[in-house]
Design a binder for this molecule. Structure first.
Ligand SMILES: [Cu+2]
Length: 130
């Protein structure tokens, strides 16, 4: 019986050490991701065709679903989107394209006309001019 206990103890010790090493490795990997996060890019994208708070919601909701985008904040007043993204997963060009797919111009890229037609009337150009 003591023999069995000893074996169990050794096994546990080995498992513990292995677990520790694994945790250490995980930590290193985690630190790396944390390191890349602040280095993660923040860009501002001009949204010249957006009109209102619904546009803001449309763009933010769509972009938040995109893999690699950490956060999105659209200013209705300035017509600018501030986007924090992981540059190992996505780049500015792709982000601009995603915005055009929602139906809005993004910097120099022209909106997808099909998506634009589906927007609420108030979100179309001049939708708030009466
Ligand atoms: Cu709108």
């Amino acid at each position: 019986m003591p023999q069995l206990k000893k074996i169990l103890f050794v096994l546990l010790a080995v498992a513990f050490l292995a677990g520790c090493n694994k945790a250490k490795n995980d930590n290193t990997a985690e630190n790396k991701t944390t390191d890349t996060k602040p280095a993660g890019e923040v860009i501002k994208v001009n949204l010249p065709t957006m009109q209102c708070a619904t546009c803001k919601k449309n763009i933010e909701t769509a972009l938040k679903k995109v893999d690699g985008i950490n956060s999105v904040n659209v200013s209705v007043k300035e017509k600018i989107a501030t986007i924090d993204f992981d540059k190992s997963k996505i780049n500015q060009d792709k982000i601009e394209t995603e915005i055009t797919h929602v139906g809005y111009d993004a910097n120099g890229k022209k909106k997808d006309e099909v998506a634009y037609e589906k927007l609420a009337d108030c979100c179309k150009i001049g939708g708030h001019d009466n």
